[in-house]
Design a protein around this ligand. Structure first.
Ligand code: GAP
Length: 505
């Protein structure tokens, strides 16, 4: 199955089993807005809880807050979002489709990169074991031509974005002969800036109402509370403040299912450090966050770092953790060294000091900040697309299985009475009652046992426990493991221990 088909299947599977629905579907949905169903809400909650546990519970010097979505409008003036949270937008006059100019150029670069990959793979086959891909890229004239061309395009794009030279950004699209992916046309409008923040009004009368924004990131709720938390929590630098919550962006190009949404959830942590130590902490958090993903059992080859070419207005270093989604490597998480930009801006706009008294240095300063920021919905998509597998079994049959990391799975265990009679359902209820205080359990008595196993595989339940006639005699059950499909007979008393040990929640 190719990746495009796989992605389509992941989306329809997510809907069919109650993970993700289009928002207000009975009215034909709302573009780039989604609802999480009964299983999606569980998976999302488990990802969020796992992140919170890792960041807050496991770090004595990180605490969590829950700031409001609405903030004083000056917050967004201070943070730079009113003036600079823009995307360069371009329309194709023939297809009437709207694009981000920088994304069109990045997609064009990705096409050139795939030409390089093809050449390298071909040469690898030709030269065998002695092949050195690095040397090949530096010396093969055709490949070197591609590499040099990418460098020129990237540098020009960087200059255009930094200088806000929208005319030359359009010229770059024309010079590179970039066509509309839908119509194949090169009939482009000029490039214009488009602010991504949603606004609304607070107050009941037109005269008294004031324009406010739906937060485009959760981070500012942390910055404005920096001193509240530091003082009340008696926090000593270095320390972090974590937060999860909704953010809103009027994305120009919202596509790829829940990858780019207009309403989404972030899990962010701002780590406040002594000025001058920020690069050390930046390297530390890059490594820590990558390890968090790998510790979930996600494959190393599905991840890579991408250092930013264009730094956001607040950063002096930034990298993405990219994940190999079915549509290619894309940003999953950002690690940013945000300097003292935000706190200083808030000091200036509020007239209040946001400084830390360092008892070791015996002086006040505005701390520097290293941020880790991950989209919860993107992590959900990464987990789901990695987990989804259509597996051919030895007996020639097929099953669809979600190999979701056990600690994140919506249900941890299914309890299945073999038959709907002979007292087996009552015994099954007894087993569920003993487990449900600690684990999300699902009871299922409908259909043949094989079909019930398939249903649990399809929603990623790591364990299924079957209650049969022998259970009534000796209190033993069979426990089946989702990935290996192996079954073993154990005593009911052992179940809780087995689940605790293997799920590690
Ligand atoms: N506070 C920094 C910040 O917001 P960002 O790179 O703009 O940085 C951080 O966003 C993360 O939020 C991204 O890595 C991504 O996972 C997620 N994210 C951003 N825009 C999103 C969108 N429109 N839909 C879903 N997730 C999004």
């Amino acid at each position: 199955m190719n990746q495009e088909d796989k992605f389509k299947n992941v989306i329809s599977h997510a809907k069919e089993y109650g993970f993700v629905f289009p928002s207000s579907e009975i009215y034909d949905g709302l573009s780039a807005v989604y609802d999480y169903g009964q299983l999606g809400a569980e998976l999302k909650k488990n990802i969020r809880d796992h992140w919170w546990k890792n960041m807050v519970q496991m770090h004595e010097n990180i605490v969590g807050i829950d700031a409001a979505i609405f903030m004083h409008p000056t917050t967004w003036k201070a943070s730079g979002h009113v003036d600079a949270f823009n995307d360069p937008l371009i329309d194709n006059k023939d297809s009437k489709k709207r694009y981000r100019a920088d994304v069109l150029i990045e997609d064009h670069i990705a096409k050139i990169e795939s030409k390089i990959d093809k050449e390298v793979t071909k040469a690898e086959k030709r030269f065998g074991e002695s092949f050195d891909p690095v040397m090949y890229k530096e010396t093969n004239p055709r490949v070197k031509g591609y590499v040099d061309r990418i460098k020129v395009i990237e540098e020009r794009m960087k200059r255009c974005l930094e200088a806000e030279d929208l005319e030359d950004l359009k010229q770059l699209i024309i010079d590179e002969e970039i066509v509309d992916p839908i119509s194949g046309s090169r009939n482009w409008t000029d490039v214009r800036q488009f602010n991504l923040m949603f606004s609304t009004e607070m107050g009941s009368t037109a005269e008294g109402a004031s324009k406010i924004y739906l937060r485009p990131e959760t981070a500012q709720g942390i910055f404005v509370n920096f001193l509240n938390v530091q003082k009340t929590g008696r926090m000593k630098i270095p320390f972090g403040i974590a937060q999860t919550g909704k953010a809103f962006r009027n994305e120009i190009v919202a596509r790829q299912f829940i990858f780019r949404m207009r309403e989404f959830e972030q899990m962010e942590m701002q780590f406040f450090v002594k000025p001058g130590t920020e690069m050390e902490w930046y390297a530390y958090w890059k490594n820590e966050r990558m390890q968090w993903h790998l510790d979930l059992g996600m494959p190393e080859e599905s991840y890579r770092f991408h250092d930013h070419i264009k730094l956001a207005h607040y950063a002096n270093a930034a990298a993405d953790i990219e994940f190999k989604f079915p549509f290619g490597f894309k940003e999953l998480e950002g690690i940013h060294s945000r300097t003292d930009f935000d706190l200083k801006q808030h000091e200036e706009h509020s007239g209040k000091k946001l400084q830390y008294f360092d008892p070791e240095e015996n002086k006040n300063y505005v701390p520097y900040v290293v941020e880790t920021s991950i989209g919860l919905d993107r992590m959900f998509l990464a987990i789901l697309s990695q987990a989804y597998e259509e597996e051919k079994l030895e007996d020639g049959t097929e099953r669809t299985v979600l190999r979701i990391p056990a600690k994140l799975a919506p249900y941890k265990v299914a309890i299945l009475p073999l038959l709907k009679k002979d007292g087996l359902p009552d015994k099954a209820r007894e087993v569920i009652n003993g487990l449900k205080g600690a684990f999300m359990c699902q009871y299922d008595e409908k259909d043949a046992i094989g079909r019930r196993y398939r249903r649990q595989d399809a929603i990623g339940t790591p364990y299924a426990v079957t209650i049969d006639h022998q259970t009534l005699e000796d209190d033993t059950v069979t426990i089946r493991e989702r990935d290996t499909m192996e079954q073993k007979r154990v005593h009911i008393k052992e179940l809780s221990g087995i689940l605790h040990e293997n799920i590690g929640a």
